[in-house]
Design a protein around this ligand. Structure first.
Ligand code: 5GP
Ligand code: MG
Length: 180
């Protein structure tokens, strides 16, 4: 695999697609163990835009009926968090009384998760779990448990498999890390 250039920055290969897919399969197995045979129809909440690829792959591996709902939140500019979570698009469906599985691309400081939990409570969700493709344990400062983590990574800036640098790089099938 080769390095990629996005605007002014260079990124080097970090997690190959095969490893990403393998970790998603393992995560799906854990969710299936918890939800298989359930009588309700849980909601998969795709947090746009970053989570789009992860949600699509994960969903295909789930062995129970679920409903896809989206929301769009933004907090990053360039390679860092602004510390301020903006709601760019609200929930695409009514979630009142439903169990929700939040599907995130990456949990970094946890600000987004705090805001998501607040929004879900405000809209009357019965219960919510957090599932993330990537988790930065050294950056996370919140008490909310992250129920399903596909991969843990160090506190570096990454792109690919849905994750962007100023909106480009999302389409890369592998994950890349900032090359300094
Ligand atoms: P948090 O609110 O937990 O600090 O950050 C969550 C959001 O910030 C993620 O959903 C993602 O959009 C963005 N983010 C955090 N770390 C990274 C990263 O390393 N690369 C990219 N592209 N986005 C990130
Ligand atoms: Mg996200």
């Amino acid at each position: 695999m080769e390095k990629v250039r996005l605007y002014d920055k260079t990124f080097r290969p970090f997690i190959p697609n095969e490893k990403i897919m393998d970790s998603i399969a393992k995560t799906a197995e854990k969710i299936n163990a918890d939800f298989r045979g359930c009588e309700d129809i849980p909601i998969l909440l795709c947090v746009l835009n970053g989570s789009i690829m992860f949600t699509a792959e994960l969903m295909q591996m789930l062995e129970f009926n679920c409903e896809l709902v989206s929301i769009k939140l933004t907090s990053y500019e360039g390679t860092g968090s602004t510390g301020h979570v903006k709601q760019a698009m609200g929930l695409t469906a009514d979630i009142r009384g439903r169990r929700v599985i939040i599907v995130e691309d990456i949990v970094d400081t946890g600000n987004t998760i705090v805001e998501l939990k607040r929004i879900l409570e405000e809209h009357g969700a019965a219960e919510s779990k957090v599932c993330t493709m990537l988790f930065k344990p050294d950056s996370y400062t919140k008490d909310i448990p992250i129920d399903y983590v596909a991969m843990e990574i160090p506190n570096d800036f990454i792109v690919g498999f849905g994750l962007d640098y100023n909106e480009i790089g999302r389409s890369l099938r592998d994950i890349y890390i900032l090359d300094e």
